[in-house]
Design a protein around this ligand. Structure first.
Ligand code: NAD
Length: 283
């Protein structure tokens, strides 16, 4: 069994990005800029935004966080996005989800200029992803693809079971794997017999948010396991959706939680923002 080390790879990617940013600054006078919109006081959202801002600083990006109270109006958020869309120093705009229930999230995400949509949540970019066209792919599934590439795991021809079908994780994950010529099976809460799907898969990619959803009896020997889930247990431990201890005995490759997909997500956010900033050279 081999560990797919996302912490190590994300560090390597960040070093490469840092070097490219220095070059961009020196030769083109461009400093990549990321704007983050953070609404309310959800502790997890605040932690994620802090991590993203820290990563931006590490690689030399300009970043700004627009913090807004929980009772902010739809209009005020929209005005901020319109302002960021026009700001030439901002290459990427990210709205930290979830937004409060009174906010129309779809409208907010659709207002982001697709050229600055570094999270890849705009339907325009998602449509391009489905068609296998050049686009901004969502960071978490993109990070999984980078991790597979680093360990020379080619999805072509593999039977892959994606468990979880959200717009930000499961669906784009399935699209990226399909584009890489895997045979993709997508399971979700209404799937009748989850085990019958996971058991026959060469690779299981799970992003649900339920500790120990995937147990050793549900997978075949030699399976490749990608665990996207992040769950905080009562004792404070952070775990994924896979029973790591038992499943790792059967797996050929497996991502740990923490230290697997999580750090790759932030690295891909930086990568997407750099990609957006580079467009300034040709524009
Ligand atoms: P979500 O709640 O939007 O979607 C969950 C999906 O799981 C849904 O499609 C649902 O149908 C499916 N599901 C629920 N119960 C199931 C079951 N018993 N069997 C099969 N499918 C089931 O969640 P999300 O935003 O997609 O996040 C999923 C997980 O991934 C969470 O743990 C989240 O914290 C984690 N996540 C991690 C990263 C990262 O960087 N590693 C990024 C985003 C999300």
């Amino acid at each position: 069994m081999k560990i797919l080390d996302g912490k190590k790879l994300s560090q390597k990617i960040k070093e490469q990005i840092k070097a490219e940013v220095e070059d961009l600054k020196q030769h083109h006078g461009i400093t990549p800029g990321l704007a983050v919109i953070l609404v309310g006081d959800d502790p997890a959202s605040h932690t994620y935004v802090k991590m993203k801002a820290k990563a931006c600083k590490e690689v030399g990006f300009y970043s700004i966080v627009h913090e807004m109270p929980d009772d902010i109006s739809q209009e005020k958020i929209e005005d901020t996005i319109k302002m960021m869309n026009k700001n030439p120093n901002i290459d990427g705009i990210l709205v930290q989800l979830p937004l409060p229930p009174h906010i129309d999230t779809t409208r907010i995400l659709e207002l982001i200029d697709p050229a600055k949509d570094v999270d890849g949540f705009h339907p325009y970019n998602f449509g391009r992803l489905m068609q296998g066209l050049e686009t901004f792919a969502p960071c978490t599934p993109l990070g999984v693809m980078e991790l597979l590439k680093e360990y020379s795991i080619n999805p072509q021809g593999l039977d892959v079971c994606v468990v979880g079908a959200s717009n930000i994780v499961g669906k784009p994950m399935a699209a990226l794997l399909l584009n890489a010529n895997a045979t993709v099976d997508i399971c979700h809460i209404y799937t009748k017999d989850l085990q019958s799907h996971t058991k026959r898969a060469d690779m299981v990619v799970v992003g649900v948010g339920k500790p120990s959803l995937i147990t050793a009896d549900m997978v075949k020997d030699g399976v490749i396991i990608i665990d996207i889930g992040i769950n905080r247990l009562d004792d404070g431990r952070l775990v994924g959706d896979v029973d790591f201890e038992e499943v790792s005995k059967k797996a050929s490759y497996i991502t740990p939680v923490p230290g697997g997909v999580g750090p790759m997500t932030i690295a891909m956010l930086l990568q997407n923002t750099l990609k957006a900033a580079k467009k300034r050279i040709t524009d």
